[in-house]
Design a protein around this ligand. Sequence first.
Ligand SMILES: [Zn+2]
Length: 495
Amino acid sequence: MAPVDEGPSESLNLEIVDFIQNLGSCWRCAIRFTRERKPETYQRKSDEFKLEPEEKLLKASPCVICLGLVQDHFIKEVVMDEVCQQVLKFDCDSATFSCMVSLPVAIMLREQAVWFLLTDKFPDLLSKNLKIDYVTSLKDVWKFVFTEPLEKKLNKQLEHSSSPFQIHISILYKDEIAECGALVDICPEKFKHRYNRTRVYREGIFTRNAAQSVLSGLSAKDFQKHYTLKVPNCSAHYGPVQCSHNSIHIAGRYQKFSRTLCQTPWFIEGEKHMDTSIQELICKHLEPFFKTQSVKFSSSGREDVDVRTLGKGRPFAIELIDPHRTIFTQDQITQLQNVINNSTDAIQIRDLQAVTKEQLSVLKEGEEEKTKIYRALCVTLDGSTPTEEDLAKINAITDLVLMQKTPLRVLHRRPLAVRPRTVHEMNATLLDDRPGHFILRLKTQAGTYIKEFVHGDFNRTLPNLCVLLGRPVDIVALDVDAVELDWPPAIAIKT
Ligand SMILES: [Zn+2]
């Protein structure tokens, strides 16, 4: 095992703290430079720690390193009010949160300046091969100090790994640009390029990464030529707080009884083409419940506007983006399902439930392999009636491979291609009361164009029913009887 580097001795640490405080730093920043990592140390109040004799002096100007961020004098008003107000306004019921803090780049420069002054004064530190990352990071110390008040005020627990509810706190500094100018002086080439591409570098020219690459490997001499540590004119302040919650996914199966309803809102040149859609009939009840503004609808394939979907229905999933309500029970979801079903005759849904993002892959996987069962009402166009022999021939067919050229009716939105699709089984029965009409039940591979298989689409689908029966045939109506995907799991309804 490598020997543990114990760092500077206790007495040297005291000298370091003293030296840094004399530069105009707060006691917490001074201690950071001794590599102190224990949260309790930073959570103490300055008066029990007798390390900030300059308290009076510092009232006038903030800490030269953290710009007041972890300084007792500046702490009270900011976190409690500005940050918490913004988070509470978001009104998310999550019991936990995780927190990201972004700091001004000027603080990096100030830390670097102090580090060079320190290693100049105590060359021992450098002889131990220590680098600036030896210093405990300000972000960590910020969290040590603010976790407890944030948790209390927000009534939520901070989760260090990752909570589904994220708070992003930006800390801003009025003199950021002026102070970061030194970076340009140190490395004009780097910033000339970035300056010319400000549209690309949306986050600004002076990012932490850019500063990092300029500062790494820079000598004290080269740095100090362009940068001198000065007492700041003002303290850092809190910018807008961004809150977001991971999506919630809700899945179920829908039956569609209408022949004039599309699956998702249909827009032509920005204008909505139909009154409503399956998506809207469902989501107008889910959105207010989950307090979300935005959803994404997906399903196991889709039917044409004029096609009904019967049987157990078609599996679907809805991604609720950035929900503010995140705590709910299956009973509440079932109630929502009842509300949706009572609100319309056009659709019915079942097995509505929350699913994980991982479970969603079932919906897309096996898209090609899964089978669908259709029922088509067909009619011969020459008025003839298929014979028993014709029907027997159709009913004996299994695993017939069709070559389907992209149908004419979808050519404007799908690339031209020839796709092989399999009809696994067929069964035709005559309708005694309607001459020339018959019902064709088919079990096919997902993605088969049924209408085109029946009428042939100008022989773009081969073989087709016209060829198989030796007479022209058209389709009157089509229903999906089953989407053979056993997902999501059935939900037992309590009675
Ligand atoms: Zn400080």
